[in-house]
Design a protein. Structure first.
Length: 114
């Protein structure tokens, strides 16, 4: 995890979190605790998904639960730098719009998709 930073618009302190590796049923319990802890850290959480190599239904459920928890607490949660695996899963399930974040792929992932 990175240190807390100020948002460009100055609205809320932004707490960044980078998830690396797999977001699958096998990491679900650990990731659930990591996300819950990160949500408690500040008023806004930005999750960098650029290093997610694999995501399954459990990973998607974790992101949905984190978004709902943030909304219930009056906090902001943003997903950024979506990896190819995340974009593919979001498109397959047609849920990218539900999160409200633009599906912007990580620079290295975008350059490999051509």
């Amino acid at each position: 995890m990175n240190a807390e930073t100020e948002r460009k618009d100055g609205a809320r302190p932004l707490h960044p979190l980078r998830i690396e590796g797999e977001m699958t049923i096998y990491q679900a319990a650990e990731l659930k605790q990591t996300l819950a802890s990160a949500l408690r850290q500040g008023e806004a959480l930005e999750i960098d998904l650029s290093a997610v190599g694999e995501i399954d239904a459990a990973g998607i459920q974790l992101l949905i639960a984190a978004k709902k928890s943030a909304q219930a607490a009056g906090k902001e949660l943003r997903l950024v730098a979506h990896s190819d695996a995340v974009v593919e899963a979001f498109e397959l399930l047609d849920i990218g719009g539900w999160f409200g974040d633009p599906l912007v792929m990580a620079p290295q992932a975008a350059s490999h998709s051509n």
